[in-house]
Design a protein around this ligand. Structure first.
Ligand SMILES: Cc1cc2nc3c(=O)[nH]c(=O)nc-3n(C[C@H](O)[C@H](O)[C@H](O)COP(=O)(O)OP(=O)(O)OC[C@H]3O[C@@H](n4cnc5c(N)ncnc54)[C@H](O)[C@@H]3O)c2cc1C
Length: 390
């Protein structure tokens, strides 16, 4: 059976997030975009209201929500401010490798403290020399006695400058490609961890993005996630679980862009008529709604797959690619409807346009999602008419 209705609890969660977005985020969104300051006060309020760490299980003090629940929540928050949402959601990204590959003790040590007070955990695969090619990680690790010693640089680390822990992927010395990739949790106050200045960005300015240098960083072997050298599948499964949420981010941003465009089209006049009466504008708005609804359904499907323990690698890539690409198109078309005013900093659409671009880049670019989908189609997909075409 297929049922597209949300449960009463999900509707309540959606409304709670919507009210939070309207009351606590929209009034300060512009301020944080202009200053680039980390929105700690907003995150503290979100934490106090149970809107952070949502996927943390109840066994470690979290609310134990599913990925679909998380998608409902982040769509609302991202509609108000994508950058603040990136900061808010990052704990779920940083926690995911531990939820997937960690022991009960590791979950208790690294995640429970995040449910007790506002603290952050970052996620680090990317490096200055690689982002898309996770098997190309160059940060090294060597096992020495009871410790694992890390050396390298991690790039673009969201919340890296404010984090207590960082879920890090590195490679055992002397290994190549997928073999030897190892997940390790690094406490950020460990000797040898050095955090750079926030990287100036085009959008998502309210999120903290830094480079982290690791020089002879020694952490106990107990911090290794799963077996050393077998971390690549943990990283890939992490992305499969978090990509639906990026789809939901893009839906929130696209929904807000569409709503701003509708409001503007209803009041702006040209050629002695409201521009909303011109068919080319009407069709642009209709396209926005078509793509938003399609993106949301793909996102919910990918999240539902993950919540039901199904391999959601492909559905997550489809959802993320579609929502990100059409989110970008929606933001661009919405800005077009604003004409010259859309190109000024007076209207929020300019900010959403800048913010939209990141969805096509982080957590796997739109090209990488297509690579994953096409690889599946060419190697594993079983054609329905295989006999006919062979
Ligand atoms: C604001 C921000 C926050 C981020 N936060 C984090 C974080 O918290 N943790 C983290 O680990 N990373 C983070 N990232 C990094 C992000 O995931 C990478 O930037 C992204 O994966 C792309 O990697 P890259 O920048 O190295 O681009 P590259 O991998 O160098 O790619 C460059 C271009 O080539 C294309 N390309 C690469 N390979 C192929 C291929 N095989 N086929 C076709 N096209 C290809 C890409 O699509 C892209 O267009 C963040 C990035 C940004 C900008």
């Amino acid at each position: 059976m297929i049922d597209f209705r949300l449960s009463e609890d999900q509707k309540k969660l959606q409304m709670k997030a919507r009210e939070f977005a309207i009351k606590e985020i929209i009034p300060v969104s512009r301020k944080y975009d202009q200053s680039g300051e980390f929105p700690r006060d907003v995150l503290q309020k979100a934490f106090d209201q149970g809107l952070m760490n949502t996927i943390f299980p109840e066994s470690i003090g979290g609310p134990g929500l599913g990925i679909l629940d998380n998608c409902l929540l982040v769509e609302e928050i991202a509609a108000a401010d994508p950058g603040i949402t990136t900061s808010l959601f990052d704990n779920c990204l940083g926690a995911e490798p531990i939820l997937i590959g960690g022991t009960v003790e590791q979950k208790d040590t690294f995640l429970r403290p995040l449910t007790e007070e506002l603290k952050f955990i970052a996620f680090a695969t990317s490096e200055p020399g690689m982002g898309s090619d996770v098997a190309g990680i160059a940060t090294t690790a060597r096992l020495e006695g009871d410790e694992i010693v890390l050396n390298g640089r991690k790039m673009w680390i969201t919340n890296g400058g404010v984090a207590t822990f960082m879920s890090t992927f590195c490679r055992l010395e002397g290994t190549k490609r997928h073999h030897g990739i190892t997940g390790v949790v690094i406490p950020m106050d460990t000797e040898g961890v050095r955090v750079g200045k926030p990287i100036p960005k085009m959008g998502h300015k309210a999120s903290n993005t830094v480079m982290v240098r690791l020089d002879e960083v020694r952490v106990p072997k107990e911090n290794i996630l799963g077996e050393s050298g077998k971390g690549f599948p943990i990283a890939m499964q992490t992305f499969a679980h978090t990509r639906p949420t990026i789809g939901a981010f893009a839906c929130g941003m696209a929904r807000a862009s569409m709503e701003y465009a509708i409001a503007y089209a209803k009041r702006r006049e040209a050629f002695e008529d409201k521009i909303g009466n011109f068919q080319s504008i009407q069709f642009m708005i209709a396209e926005m709604k078509i793509n938003l609804d399609a993106a949301r359904l793909l996102t919910w499907k990918a999240a539902w797959d993950a919540d039901h323990g199904r391999d959601n690698t492909i559905s997550a890539s489809i959802a993320k690619a579609f929502a990100a690409d059409y989110g970008m198109k929606t933001a661009s078309d919405a800005l077009q409807i604003f004409g010259g005013f859309g190109y000024t900093t007076n209207y929020l659409i300019e900010k959403l346009f800048r913010d939209a671009k990141l969805y096509q880049i982080y957590e796997g670019t739109s090209q990488i999602q297509r690579m994953i989908i096409s690889r599946y189609l060419l190697t594993k997909y079983v054609p329905i008419f295989d006999k006919t075409f062979s």
